[in-house]
Design a protein around this ligand. Structure first.
Ligand code: PMP
Length: 396
């Protein structure tokens, strides 16, 4: 049997299981609307939370850096790929996250892999939230430490697991800061208390928290006023660029430089990416307008959908999961939204548990009042028609 024949058989199984995925093509810049497969759509599913991904100032910074430094960094950081731009961005990231130091990775995915494959060792225990992102899960799989999973945000179970496992050399609590499919925020105050009581360390993936939560958008640490031992982030969401990073103590960063294989063996991101991310962080530091708009619009969508009778999950974040239930129903709901010019895909098993399919809405600072009105009106009409909400509710 040829390899293609074998793979085609596997794909047939994937299709039978309803798990086959295809691309949608975005044909214009990542703004509040985008031409998707030839049709202009209002986008309510992007991670460009602050609307910086198509900001001219970021593009100008990248253009200047390309002119001066070219398009590729041409080496890993430990060879020829360490430039003034990488160092400048790391200093900026450390100051943004209020840590001693920071280290760039090529993506958030690789930062998670690098941390988890190098820090927890054989003889250690990783305690991981059941809804952690795939890249944390993959990092845990690469680690030689033992692993236990606790139910989503369930601090009583986490405490029990910590208490019962004091024989391990070290314990690492691993969690998303803001959970990408549920919009929930990890309870860091309680986690810190447990970590201190049971001599554990906290590793937080703040991919969706960076630029979004905390008074000035510094992330979940700022939101709770609690410092985690290892903070991981990405430049690909609110920062509007590409790349990942770890922030923490100087010793942590020095250790990762020497031990994290996904750092050591990868070409560093281009200087132009550093320059645009640097500019984004400067904007985030000096102008809170984006963040304020994002918060106010997210609150409007949350309260609007709740008032209409939808079942919404999550905390006060721009990630707003609207629970639909069965996978087919969620898929149909998303199709009907698209017919009304709204792009917000259905999230179905295995990404979420059976019976918990949802429309995962994300709000960005670029959305306008009329976009929110159109969104709420469309949800109301479709939700009433598909009996996701009761008929008696009136759209206001
Ligand atoms: N962690 C979380 C929680 C994420 O949602 C993502 C991206 N989907 C990542 C990590 C990976 O970040 P990046 O896109 O920079 O690889």
């Amino acid at each position: 049997m040829s390899l293609d024949h074998f793979l085609a058989q596997q794909l047939t199984d994937t299709k039978k299981a309803g798990l086959y995925r295809t691309f949608r093509t975005m044909e214009s810049a990542p703004k509040r609307t985008n031409r998707i497969d030839g049709v202009e759509q209002l986008v309510f599913s992007s991670n460009n939370y602050l609307g910086l991904a198509a900001d001219k100032r970021l593009a100008d910074a990248a253009k200047l850096a390309i002119e001066e430094f070219g398009t590729g960094s041409s080496g890993s950081r430990l060879t020829t790929g360490n430039t003034t731009w990488h160092q400048k961005l790391e200093t900026k990231l450390a100051s943004f996250k209020q840590t001693e130091a920071a280290l760039l990775f090529s993506s958030g995915y690789l930062a998670n892999i690098g941390v988890l494959s190098s820090i927890p060792k054989q003889g250690d225990l990783i305690l991981s939230d059941e809804l952690n992102h795939a890249s944390l899960i993959d990092g845990c799989r690469l680690s030689k430490a033992d692993k236990v999973i606790y139910p989503h945000l369930h601090m009583e179970t986490l405490e029990k697991q910590l208490k019962e496992n004091m024989q391990y050399n070290r314990r690492f609590i691993v969690t998303d800061g803001v959970f990408s499919m549920d919009g929930t925020i990890a309870p860091l105050v309680e986690m810190r208390r447990l970590a201190d009581k049971y001599e554990a360390y906290i590793i937080v993936d703040d991919a969706h928290g960076t630029g979004v939560v905390g008074e000035s958008g510094r992330g979940t640490s700022e939101h709770f006023g609690v410092l985690s031992d290892v903070i991981i982030g990405t430049l690909s969401k609110a920062v509007g660029c590409e790349g990942g990073f770890v922030a923490g103590s100087s010793i942590l960063i020095d250790y990762l430089k020497n031990h994290a294989r996904s750092f050591i063996f990868q070409t560093s991101i281009p200087q132009a990416s550093c320059a645009s991310a640097y500019t984004a962080l400067e904007i985030m530091d000096s102008d809170k307008g984006h963040l304020e708009r994002l918060r106010s619009l997210s609150a409007q969508v949350r309260s609007g959908l709740t008032n209409l009778g939808f079942n919404i999950r999550g905390d006060e974040t721009p990630i707003i999961p609207v629970m639909i239930g069965e996978a087919d129903k969620a898929f149909l709901f998303a199709e009907r939204l698209q017919a009304k010019g709204i792009f917000a895909p259905a999230i179905r098993p295995p990404t979420v548990p059976e019976g918990e399919s949802r429309i995962r809405l994300t709000v960005t600072a670029e959305h306008q009042k009329r976009d929110i009105e159109h969104l709420l009106q469309s949800f109301y009409l479709i939700g009433r028609d598909m009996k996701v909400i009761g008929r008696e509710k009136n759209f206001v």
